[in-house]
Ligand binder design. Structure first.
Ligand SMILES: [Zn+2]
Length: 221
């Protein structure tokens, strides 16, 4: 029997890609979490942007156009808005738009669409579910959720994922994306977006496939 392997080609929602890679980002409630928010911001810079912008063209833009700290959200902040809460971490997939009941983007005339915030929840205290070591968990989960916010879907949703992997997650609600596309052609077991691997118990690193997918939509300049 062939070795049981999944085929988690990076799976990305084309409708969620941020134009020009410019991604405003802020914290709803950063008070009391200076260390944890710093870990998240540092991980985003190291693993998604690249310290010298060598990984991708993504530019997380904090308050007053700072690279970091990202700062506290104002009412008008319209990029990624992160809430810190002791619950299962999550993020909407990609840039968000006003949509009608059928899910179609509402055209307000001549192709004018209205952007709404991309909402994310990160857990720093792990009361409702255990995860340790805490710093590693915070960093890995943050990068996983930030990739969702940039447009990445879970690999177990991929049409070619093996049945056991699909079955394992079949009863979980998940975002399917509006225009999903395969962003890498080949098998990539190590993707940070792969729930059929134990992504939280290894060193934080984007897989080769993650980097290929990221660069396909956010090409480094
Ligand atoms: Zn996820």
């Amino acid at each position: 029997m062939a070795q049981m392997k999944i085929t988690p080609e990076a799976y990305v929602d084309q409708e969620g890609i941020w134009r020009g890679g410019i991604v405003p980002i802020c914290w709803e409630n950063p008070e009391n979490y200076a260390q944890e928010t710093a870990w998240v911001e540092e991980s985003a810079i190291l693993h998604i942007e690249g310290l010298n912008r060598e990984v991708s063209s993504v530019r997380f833009v904090g308050k007053d156009n700072q690279r970091r700290p990202w700062g506290k959200c104002s009412d008008a902040s319209n990029g990624i808005r992160i809430t810190i809460a002791d619950q299962w971490p999550s993020s909407q997939v990609g840039q968000q738009w006003m949509r009608d009941a059928s899910g179609a983007k509402i055209d307000y005339g001549a192709g004018k669409y209205i952007q709404v915030p991309t909402r994310m929840v990160l857990n720093f205290t792990f009361g409702t579910f255990p995860c340790s070591p805490r710093e590693n968990c915070i960093r890995i989960i943050a990068v996983h959720e930030l990739l969702h916010a940039l447009g990445f879907l879970h690999e177990q949703l991929h049409p070619n994922a093996p049945q056991w992997c699909k079955n394992r997650w079949a009863n979980h609600k998940d975002v399917m994306g509006f225009k999903p596309v395969m962003a890498t052609p080949q098998y990539d077991q190590d993707s940070l977006m792969n729930y059929c691997e134990d992504i939280y118990n290894k060193p934080l690193k984007l897989s080769e496939g993650d980097v290929i997918a990221l660069r396909r939509f956010y090409r480094p300049q």
